[in-house]
Design a protein around this ligand. Structure first.
Ligand code: SF4
Ligand code: SF4
Length: 450
């Protein structure tokens, strides 16, 4: 397969596999832990999340907002598993009696088509976490949506058809882009040929290094985003860091599976944890906000990590403070910074990229009105880009407009996924903004001016 333009892979039409209309498979609410169950009852329906949701901004349907999702989910559960539902399903009771009880207690049976509508709404969400930040009831909405998605997948309703292709690809090829495993290192050979890097990256299994650079699928496979891998590698080389990569043995972090609700995530995470621990590394670094969040926050729920996990910006900030990172070439540019949801809101890494950019001579950072924990999501995550590409496109355009209004020349982020997502908006609006990953700025400022 060519690695030129990675587009979302589509699931072929499945014929004859639709759920029968007469019976909706039960969604097992017992799969939710106590906190989630309490949260289902905690929503006060205040609607604050509605004012901030970047998806609702582009598709103003009541059905997709958090309070409605919670209400609809509860209706399904009550219909399938409430005491009344058991009475209504009890065939030993005469039908007229069941009908009467149903009328008295206003019982409403929820059929498969209504469940499917709910599922479509549930997946029309980038799991950006903005609703959690603004929620006065402090509901952990992203965790709630992901847990409900897991129940939905277990009951056979999810994910959506276009998202299934990504999930299948991760299971079959260890990457969501339907690319062969051997192609994972192709970017490096190509980058060396184009003189973007001096040497092919060292494989950690051969060197026994203490720092593992985890590249992630998007930087490794998407030719338009390989700059993130190239720049990260060049930075580590210039700074003389003893590091290695896994090469063709690197596997997807599994974020795609987790965000879509597929339980296979645990298998993939366990395998990766075993591989990382056996390497004897002290530190894992990643330039991908999605991989970073998944390995740092979600892996410890699956198994123990014998090493620290850092995003590249945290690693670089550390080197800056130890005076090992010194910028020699000014960058006379005005830039604005997009906080990736998985780096900012999810893991609280807001200062590190700003401190690094502040230290680059000549560089001027202007903030967008929505920054840090209020950063407007570009729509690339949570399966939204594959399930609802038009919505993602509009979300990216909205963010690009906000970036343009700052007067910046370049739009900087710290995630290959955001790079891909925001580039969609730049292209769609014919914007003059140049998309950059922060690693590119660091690399440029570290090098002698050519
Ligand atoms: S996680 Fe983001 S996209 Fe999803 S409902 Fe909350 S604010 Fe909207
Ligand atoms: S902000 Fe929180 S409490 Fe208010 S409607 Fe949204 S989820 Fe419910």
């Amino acid at each position: 397969m060519p690695d030129e333009e990675l587009t979302e892979v589509q699931e072929p039409e499945e014929k004859g596999k639709e759920q029968p209309e007469e019976k909706a498979p039960d969604i097992l609410i017992s799969g939710l832990d106590m906190r989630r169950l309490v949260e289902l009852d905690a929503c006060t329906r205040c609607g604050e999340c509605l004012n901030w949701c970047p998806v609702y901004d582009q598709d103003s349907r009541e059905d997709i907002i958090p309070r409605k999702k919670v209400t609809d989910f509860l209706k399904i559960i009550k219909s399938q598993q409430g005491v009344l539902s058991h009475i209504m399903k009890d065939q030993k009771l005469p039908a007229p009696l069941r009908k009467l009880i149903g009328a008295i207690f206003r019982y409403k049976e929820i059929g498969p088509s209504e469940v499917k509508d709910f599922v479509k709404n549930l997946y029309e969400c980038s799991t950006c976490g903005q609703c959690h930040i603004v929620c006065p009831a402090n509901i952990e909405t992203v965790q709630l949506w992901e847990d409900i998605r897991r129940l939905i997948v277990d009951a056979g309703y999810g994910p959506l058809k276009p998202q299934k292709a990504l999930v299948k690809s991760v299971k079959a090829y260890d990457n969501p882009w339907q690319q062969p495993r051997a192609g994972r290192t192709k970017w490096a050979r190509r980058a060396k040929k184009e003189k973007l890097i001096n040497d092919l990256p060292r494989e950690i299994k051969k060197t026994g290094g203490k720092i593992l650079l985890f590249l992630g699928c998007t930087a490794a496979y998407d030719i338009n985003v390989k700059q993130v891998a190239v720049s990260t590698l060049n930075i580590l080389e210039m700074l003389g860091v003893d590091y290695g990569i896994l090469g063709k043995d690197e596997k997807c972090c599994g974020s795609v599976l987790l965000r879509m609700g597929d339980q296979e995530f645990e298998r993939l995470a366990s395998e990766n944890i075993k591989t990382f621990n056996e390497l004897g590394i002290t530190t894992l670094i990643s330039s991908c906000a999605g991989c970073f969040k998944t390995i740092k926050q979600d892996y410890p729920k699956v198994g123990r990590l014998n090493f620290e996990v850092l995003h590249t910006v945290q690693f670089l900030r550390r080197l800056l403070e130890e005076k090992k990172l010194k910028f020699i070439t000014p960058i006379e540019k005005i830039v604005t910074y997009h906080d990736p949801c998985h780096l900012g809101r999810a893991t609280g890494v807001f200062d590190d990229p700003r401190i690094i950019m502040d230290a680059i001579p000549g560089l001027e950072l202007v903030e967008m009105p929505r920054n840090r924990e209020y950063s407007r999501c570009c729509g690339a995550g949570g399966g939204l880009k594959s399930g609802y590409p038009d919505i993602q496109n509009k979300m990216a355009q909205r963010r690009v407009k906000e970036a343009e209004e700052t007067g910046a020349e370049e739009l900087v982020s710290a995630c290959p996924f955001c790079f891909q997502g925001l580039q969609v908006g730049i292209t769609a609006t014919n914007s003059d903004l140049v998309m950059r990953d922060i690693t590119f700025l660091v690399e440029t400022a570290l090098k002698e001016k050519e």
